[in-house]
Design a protein around this ligand. Structure first.
Ligand code: RM4
Ligand code: NI
Length: 311
C-alpha cells in the first residue's frame, strides 16, 4: 500500500469498507492550461493506478468502459460504463480493482465558471447531481449516482469531443465555445438525472425539487408545509434530509438565496433599498438590512456605495 492504493482485487457487488489512507492534493496549476482557462479534459483509456488524492479543483467523472472501484470516504463502490459522478475537490478518492476501467475526467474550477445561470437552478437533476448525490454518496451507498443509458452515454461523449476539440485548438473564441459545450454537458447530464427511475435517485430528486422551488420562488413567502408537500415527506424527515444534503435548513438556504439576489440587485439595478428588499422576498426592510449586514459585514447602502466607488 506504499502508493496509497488499498489492496483490493475482488470486485464486490456493493460497497465495502477500506482503510482510510493519507493523500496528496493535486494543484490547479499542474492540471490546467497556463492561460488559466478553468476547464480541462483528461481521458483515461484505461485509468492507471493512481494514489489517493484530493484536488484544488472539481472533477466530473464519466465512466466509459471496463470495471473497477471508486474508493472514497473509507468505502469502495463498483463502477461500470455509464456511471457519472461529481467529485468536489476536497474529498480524497482513488480507484482500485481496475479492469480496463476507462473514463473521461472533466476538470473544472467551479468558482471561476459562471454556469449557475439562466434557469439551471430550476432543474432538479442539477442539484441532485452536483450537490445532493455527492453529499449522500455514503448514506446511499452510491446507489443514487447517475447512470446513463447507452445512447445517453454516446451523446454526452459527442459533447465532450466538441469541448475537447475547442480546448485542443485554442483558437480565438475557444473559451466561449468551450464554456458553451461544458454548459451543454452539465444541462444534458442534469436532465438525464431528472429522468432517473431508480428509487434512490428519485428520493434525492424529491429533495432537489424543494431546492428548485426555493430557487424559483424566493421572492414569495415560502413555508415548510409547501416544501414538505413537494418532497412528499413529513416536515421532520424533510428537515433531516435537507440538512444532511446541504448542511443547512430550508429557511437558512432561502435567506441565503434572498441575500445573494439582493446583493446582485444592489450592484446591477437602480432600485432603492426598500424596493430591493421587497423584490427579494423580505417584507420588512429593517429586517433585510440587519440580515444583510450579518451576511456581508456592511449595510445594503454601504455595500452599494462601496461597489460604485470601486467601479
Ligand atoms: C487521474 C485520476 C484522478 C484525477 C486525475 C486528474 O488519473 O483519474 O482521479 O483527479 O487523473
Ligand atoms: Ni481525482
Amino acid at each position: 500500500m506504499a502508493d496509497g492504493r488499498p489492496a483490493l482485487t475482488m470486485v464486490p457487488k456493493t460497497s465495502t469498507k477500506v482503510p482510510v489512507v493519507s493523500h496528496r492534493v493535486l494543484k490547479t496549476s499542474d492540471w490546467f492550461h497556463a492561460d488559466g482557462f478553468p476547464i480541462a479534459v483528461e481521458r483515461r483509456n484505461p485509468q492507471e493506478p493512481f494514489p489517493m488524492h484530493a484536488h484544488e479543483f472539481s472533477e466530473l467523472v464519466i465512466i466509459t468502459g471496463g470495471s473497477g472501484l471508486h474508493v472514497t470516504g473509507g468505502r469502495a463502490y463498483p463502477l461500470a460504463a455509464g456511471d457519472v459522478f461529481v467529485i468536489s475537490g476536497r474529498r480524497p478518492h482513488t480507484y482500485a480493482g481496475l479492469r480496463r476501467l476507462c473514463l473521461v475526467n472533466l476538470l473544472y474550477q467551479a468558482d471561476k465558471l459562471q454556469w449557475h445561470w439562466a434557469d439551471l437552478p430550476a432543474l432538479a437533476g442539477y442539484h441532485a447531481l452536483f450537490t445532493l448525490e455527492p453529499a449522500w454518496r455514503r448514506r446511499h451507498e452510491f446507489k443514487s449516482r447517475l447512470h446513463l443509458q447507452p445512447e445517453e452515454l454516446r451523446h454526452v461523449l459527442e459533447l465532450v469531443e466538441a469541448l475537447d476539440h475547442e480546448l485542443r485548438q485554442r483558437s480565438p473564441g475557444f473559451g466561449f465555445m468551450a464554456t458553451a459545450a461544458f454548459m451543454q454537458i452539465i444541462g444534458f447530464l442534469s436532465r438525464c438525472y431528472s429522468r432517473s427511475w431508480n428509487p434512490d435517485a428519485r428520493a434525492l430528486l424529491r429533495i432537489a425539487e424543494t431546492i428548485t422551488h426555493l430557487e424559483t420562488h424566493y421572492h414569495e413567502p415560502v413555508n415548510l408545509d409547501t416544501l414538505a408537500r413537494i418532497a412528499r415527506m413529513s416536515k421532520r424527515s424533510l428537515l433531516r434530509a435537507f440538512h444532511a444534503a446541504t448542511g443547512s435548513t430550508p429557511i437558512a438556504y432561502l435567506l441565503q438565496l434572498r441575500l445573494n439576489r439582493a446583493a446582485h440587485l444592489l450592484r446591477h439595478s437602480s432600485q432603492n433599498i426598500t424596493e430591493i428588499a421587497f423584490a427579494t422576498g423580505f417584507n420588512d426592510s429593517n429586517y433585510f438590512t440587519r440580515q444583510f449586514r450579518q451576511r456581508f459585514g456592511a449595510s445594503p447602502r454601504q455595500w452599494r456605495q462601496h461597489l460604485r466607488a470601486a467601479g
